[in-house]
Design a protein around this ligand. Structure first.
Ligand code: 3NM
Length: 209
């Protein structure tokens, strides 16, 4: 029997230490949780594996203490090591079928998608829990060209798989993303780069009530 957690509506928090104004990933996550975020993804493209593990162990416990879902980006091994709630991968990372064999039926798998073909394939053929839909707008956080808001509209109208809208989303353009049907949205630089992450998250979370 499968006993998998669903991704919650609202803001999906992702760490991003390029933008964090000197705050550690741990501190950013602490503030995100204080602001009301219920799901966190650890994503770090700078640290080496050993440094990541040290940090992830502490962030995992922080999330557990606060009842917040904890997802690890890319590193399936680290996710298993810390008993994370799930893994998020891109199109060129380990295949979701292989990840499922490693992490089991009860854990979350998220997959980034950048086209209707990838989203349809994910819904039809992959045993995953949600897809990322983006980058909707230009972003410097990830080296992928924007796909435009039409892609979000396509997924919201035609597919049933839960999705997280991402990429270039800010406080000033999020209303339109919600209006297009996104129930879970991720903003990286806008949140971790804010002077007060707590206040920024509160301001954004209120839009989902
Ligand atoms: N994934 P920001 S876009 C981590 O489209 C990530 O899969 C994307 O950062 C995807 O909110 C992205 O700063 C970066 O634009 C999002």
């Amino acid at each position: 029997m499968r006993n998998r957690i669903e991704i919650p509506n609202g803001i999906y928090g992702i760490t991003g230490d390029n933008f964090s104004k000197g705050k550690s990933n741990y501190l950013c996550v602490e503030e995100m949780i204080k602001g009301g975020i219920k799901i966190i993804q650890y994503r770090d493209k700078i640290k080496n594996t050993r440094e990541k593990i040290e940090e992830v162990k502490e962030i995992r416990e922080l999330c557990r203490r606060n009842g917040v879902i904890f997802i690890v980006n890319d590193n399936v091994d680290i996710a298993v090591l810390v008993d994370a709630d799930g893994v998020h991968v891109g199109q060129e990372d380990m295949h979701p079928d292989d990840i499922r064999k490693i992490i089991g039926e009860n854990k979350i798998i998220g997959l980034s998608t950048h086209s209707p073909e990838q989203a349809k394939e994910a819904e039809k053929n992959l045993n995953i829990d949600y897809i990322g839909v983006g980058p909707i707008f230009p972003t410097t956080t990830k080296d992928t060209l924007p796909v435009g808001i039409e892609y979000l509209e396509y997924v919201a109208k035609n597919l049933k798989i839960p999705f997280v809208a991402i990429g270039g989303i800010k406080a000033h353009n999020i209303d339109n993303i919600i209006a297009k049907g996104a129930q879970c949205i991720s903003l990286v630089s806008e949140i971790v780069g804010a002077d007060s992450i707590v206040d920024k998250v509160k301001e954004l979370q209120i839009k989902f009530l």
